[in-house]
Design a protein around this ligand. Structure first.
Ligand code: 2NL
Length: 342
């Protein structure tokens, strides 16, 4: 029995108190009615009288130790501020919250609108669901124009007999501005637009545009060229050159497309510019008199220029992105690369 008492003595000395639960477990194991120590006292009663003196002494010592340990543990646990937890290692590093990033399209849209607002353009926005008049009619699209075809435009069946569609350009916003305001008008319209295209690396059914419109007395094509030259130099740096090629749009006359020196090869020729040294970035022209008349602006008094460009195209050139689909997949591995920008 002396042996048993000795081993329990060691066990009790080594017992680790961490919280209230462990103190209660200790009490149940050693001191409660059905615990080890009362059981030892029962066993003690069966000993022959000559052994009782020494064994009784060690057994009392064991009991006192257990009671003392429990009392000490209880007082330290009650004093500790986070008494229910295992000791916290305050030197461990914390869990960081990772920062989000702006979408590259948002970064470039902001840069583009900032460049134009600095020279007096005002940002205008409008609905993405439009009627035929604001998207096509007012903009001088003839009734049989291919853009009005199901193949090119998403039409919406509203069930109320009205013909609705998802806007195919933000010119529709500028039509609303012209209907509500007389010249001088200087506005820039950024926004999402939709076209019924098969999705690939180079085409998508949704993309973003920035369109510009300036109407006043005596506005000329020279004003258009200088404004776009200013924009390109602000956006891409002062080494960039521009060139204009004749083009056609129903809403402008004359119309042109503008190219800039290829940013990838600096004009030397590469696969991105198809070895021409130039890349197309926008369409533009002088606002067609029919468009002004449709919006109740006197086309004998006023002239204006307009332009439209895709934000995706500018972003791809700026950040050297080669697949349009990346903009709409929201893959965190792509998006987090723009954390350091802006
Ligand atoms: C392109 C071509 C263009 C316009 C947009 C415009 C707006 C009004 C009147 C006349 Cl309200 N024109 N916008 C003009 C020329 C070209 O966009 O290729 N965009 C991506």
């Amino acid at each position: 029995m002396e042996e048993k008492i000795k081993s329990f003595l060691e066990e009790i000395n080594l017992f680790l108190f961490t919280n209230e639960e462990s103190a209660e477990a200790f009490r149940l194991k050693y001191l409660s009615k059905k615990g080890i120590i009362p059981a030892l006292f029962e066993e003690f009663k069966t000993l022959p009288p000559e052994q009782r003196k020494t064994t009784g002494k060690s057994l009392n010592e064991l009991k006192q130790l257990a009671e003392q340990k429990l009392a000490d543990a209880k007082s330290t646990i009650n004093k500790s501020p986070d008494k229910d937890t295992v000791k916290t290692d305050l030197s461990l590093p914390g869990d960081p919250h990772s920062l989000g990033a702006r979408h590259p399209i948002s970064i470039v849209r902001k840069q583009m609108t900032d460049i134009f607002t600095r020279i007096g353009f005002v940002v205008s926005e409008g609905p993405e669901i439009e009627d035929d008049w604001h998207n096509f009619g007012a903009l001088n699209f003839p009734p049989n124009h291919p853009a009005r075809d199901m193949q090119d435009t998403f039409f919406i069946d509203s069930g109320d007999g009205e013909k609705w569609l998802l806007r195919t350009h933000t010119s529709s916003v500028q039509v609303r501005v012209m209907e509500n305001q007389q010249p001088p008008i200087r506005t820039i319209s950024p926004g999402r637009v939709y076209r019924n295209e098969t999705i690939s690396a180079r085409a998508h059914c949704q993309f973003h545009q920035v369109e510009g419109l300036y109407i006043d007395e005596g506005v000329s094509f020279a004003d258009l060229k200088q404004t776009l030259y200013y924009f390109v130099q602000e956006m891409f740096g002062d080494k960039i050159e521009i060139r204009f090629r004749p083009s056609f749009f129903p809403f402008t006359e004359p119309s042109a497309e503008m190219d800039i020196t290829c940013l990838i090869c600096n004009g030397a020729g590469c696969p991105v510019c198809k070895h021409s040294g130039w890349v197309e970035i926008l369409g533009c022209g002088m606002v067609h008199p029919n468009v002004l008349d449709n919006c109740k602006i006197d086309s004998t008094k006023y002239t204006g220029y307009a332009f439209g460009m895709g934000i995706e195209r500018i972003t791809m050139l700026k950040f050297r992105i080669n697949d349009l689909r990346l903009f709409f997949e929201n893959d965190i591995r792509f998006l987090s690369q723009f954390k350091s920008v802006l």
